[in-house]
Design a protein around this ligand. Structure first.
Ligand SMILES: N[C@@H](CCC(=O)N[C@@H](CS)C(=O)NCC(=O)O)C(=O)O
Length: 206
C-alpha cells in the first residue's frame, strides 16, 4: 500500500490513521510543482489524483483520493481496534461528526487558504478573511461543541477515526489563526499525546 502526502496537511489524517490501525505502508512525500519525481502537478501524480491534491492512497488497483474515505478504509482493516463505532446510534453519530467536519468546520479554513494564497490572484477576495470566515468558523465551532460526546472523545466513549479527523482540523484552525475554544485546545492536545500521532509525525519530515 502506498500513501502520498505532504506535511501536516489533510494527508496527515491518513498517515496518523494508518498508525492507529497498525497498517504498514510506503509513505511518499509529495512536493508542490511539476517535478516528475514527486511533484503534485506532474503528469504521473495527476493520473492518480486529477487535482494534484493529497492524500492519495494506492492499494493494488484501488486508488482513493479523499482523506475521510482513506481513514475509514484503514479502520475497516483493523476491526478489533473498534476505530469506527459500531451500533446504529454510535455509528450514525460517527458519520454525522465526520461529515460535519469535512463539510462545515473545514469550509472556512479552506476558504481562508484559498483567498490568502491558493486561488489565482484575480479570484481572491481578501475582505472575506477577517470578517466572514471568522464568523462562519465561530458558528461551526459552536455547533461542534453541541455535537461532541461528553466522554472526552469525539463520539461514544472511546477513541475513533473521528478523533483523527477532528484533531487535524483543529490544529489547522489554530495554525490559520481562528479563535479556538479552550476545551477544544485541551481535547486536541490530549489526542496529540497518542503514540500513533507521534509515530506518524516523525514520518512527515516536518
Ligand atoms: N477533500 C480532500 C481535499 C484534499 C486537499 O485539498 N488537499 C490539499 C492539502 S490539505 C492539497 O493537496 N492542496 C494542494 C493543491 O490544491 O494544489 C481530502 O479531504 O482529502
Amino acid at each position: 500500500m502506498k500513501l502520498y502526502g505532504m506535511g501536516i496537511s489533510r494527508s496527515f489524517r491518513a498517515l496518523w490513521a494508518a498508525h492507529e490501525a497498525g497498517i504498514e505502508l510506503d509513505y511518499s512525500i509529495v512536493k508542490f510543482g511539476s517535478s516528475a519525481a514527486n511533484g503534485n502537478q506532474s503528469d504521473l501524480y495527476k493520473q492518480l489524483n486529477y487535482q494534484g491534491k493529497v492524500p492519495t492512497l494506492v492499494d493494488g488497483e484501488l486508488v482513493l483520493t479523499e482523506s475521510a474515505a482513506i481513514i475509514n478504509y484503514f479502520a475497516n482493516q483493523a476491526p478489533k481496534k473498534n476505530l469506527i463505532p459500531s451500533g446504529t446510534v454510535d455509528r450514525a453519530k460517527y458519520d454525522q461528526i465526520c461529515y460535519f467536519i469535512v463539510t462545515e468546520l473545514e469550509q472556512p479554513l479552506w476558504s481562508k487558504g484559498k483567498h490568502k494564497f491558493a486561488l489565482p490572484e484575480q479570484y481572491r477576495v481578501p475582505e472575506l478573511i477577517d470578517k466572514t470566515l471568522a464568523f462562519e468558523f465561530a458558528k461551526a465551532q459552536a455547533t461542534l461543541l453541541g455535537l461532541l460526546s461528553t466522554s472526552g472523545f469525539a463520539v461514544g466513549d472511546h477513541f475513533s477515526m473521528a478523533d483523527v479527523l477532528l484533531t487535524q482540523t483543529l490544529n489547522w484552525a489554530q495554525r490559520f489563526e481562528f479563535a479556538l475554544d479552550e476545551s477544544l485546545i485541551e481535547y486536541k492536545e490530549r489526542m496529540m499525546q497518542r503514540e500513533a500521532y507521534s509515530a506518524a509525525m516523525l514520518r512527515t519530515g516536518t
